[in-house]
Design a protein around this ligand. Structure first.
Ligand SMILES: Nc1nc2c(ncn2[C@@H]2O[C@H](COP(=O)(O)OP(=O)(O)O)[C@@H](O)[C@H]2O)c(=O)[nH]1
Ligand SMILES: [Mg+2]
Ligand SMILES: [Zn+2]
Length: 282
């Protein structure tokens, strides 16, 4: 646990472990009350109620278990590259839907803008949907101040495909930070016990950043096909205008979503993501 007096290795008090565990008792990002013994070891006495949590449902023989990827996250920061590797926008759409479902504000980082002529061509769509998009390059240092201030005094969950420049960006923002994050994620890729290596990193001037590599496998559990339109900002406002209240926006007459698709106010690729994610829940 990180405290004002540095890092303290803690055990959970037995009283916190009562009953069948259905979720992590203390997770990355939790705020806790702890006591420190004379030998420097700590004990977690209580865990503050979480404001918010990014959760993965883990099916186990004894019942569903809610694994907490990050507690009390203020924002999810999704990093993609403009090129090398090419942006996987269907993956970004999926991440954004998960963030909407889990009620964590999302920010998009378009990195490696030095490699393309017009980075906004690909990513301005997301700004038009209401997401903040920050255009960055660790080569030209474009956008790094903007990214730094976006992370300041917040708890951020970082995610994105490998090779997009997450570690490089963090290193540019703060010496040594990306290195530490990289070591953690490569240890996780080697399949070591994840909870033992999860860590968040204090930012100079306030705030924390945590690598949350679980997003790709984060199932949209607990989400029905019918509610999927609520997690697409450009769809959810149209839904009340559809003729049928249970409209699937696929073929129904009087569908406001299909009309918007036809007149170009909904992007066909976003609509494609909607269909795919919806189908995954059917
Ligand atoms: N051209 C270019 N290359 C970058 C940029 N940021 C990172 N890279 C390179 O992309 C590769 C992957 O970066 P890394 O930070 O390890 O990505 P991660 O897997 O997301 O942590 C490295 O070779 C970096 O030097 C950038 O803004 N522009
Ligand atoms: Mg990395
Ligand atoms: Zn409809």
């Amino acid at each position: 646990m990180e405290t004002g007096q540095g890092v303290v290795v803690c055990q959970l008090r037995g009283k916190l472990k009562k009953g069948r565990a259905t979720s992590d008792i203390a997770a990355l990002g939790d705020r806790v009350v702890l006591t420190v013994s004379a030998d420097g070891s700590g004990a977690i006495e209580s865990v503050e109620e979480r404001r918010q949590a990014i959760v993965r449902l883990d099916p186990r023989p004894q019942g569903e278990y809610r694994q907490i990827l990050l507690a009390n996250a203020d924002q999810a920061v999704f990093v993609f590259a403009c090129a090398n590797p090419n942006p996987k926008l269907r993956m970004l759409d999926r991440f954004l839907v998960i963030a909407e479902k889990q009620k964590v504000p999302a920010v998009v980082i378009a990195n490696k803008i030095d490699l393309v002529d017009n980075p906004r061509e690909t990513f301005s769509l997301y700004a038009s949907l209401g997401y903040r998009v920050i255009y960055t390059s660790t080569k030209t240092r474009a956008g790094l101040d903007e990214l730094k201030s976006q992370l300041q005094n917040k708890v951020s969950a970082l995610a994105g495909p490998s090779g997009v420049g997450k570690s490089s960006l963090l290193n540019e923002i703060q010496d040594g930070l990306g290195l530490a994050v990289n070591e953690i994620s490569s240890a996780m890729n080697k399949g070591r016990h994840t909870t033992a290596t999860r860590q968040m990193f204090a930012l100079d001037g306030g705030g924390y950043a945590a690598d949350t590599p679980g997003w790709k496998s984060l199932a949209l559990w607990d989400t029905s096909a019918e509610e999927m339109d609520a997690y697409f900002p450009e769809l959810r406002d149209l839904v009340p205008h559809c003729q049928f209240s249970d409209c699937s926006h696929k073929h129904e007459p009087g569908c406001a979503v299909l009309a918007a698709l036809k007149n170009g106010t909904i992007h066909p690729e976003r609509y494609d993501s909607y269909l795919r994610l919806r189908a995954g829940q059917e």
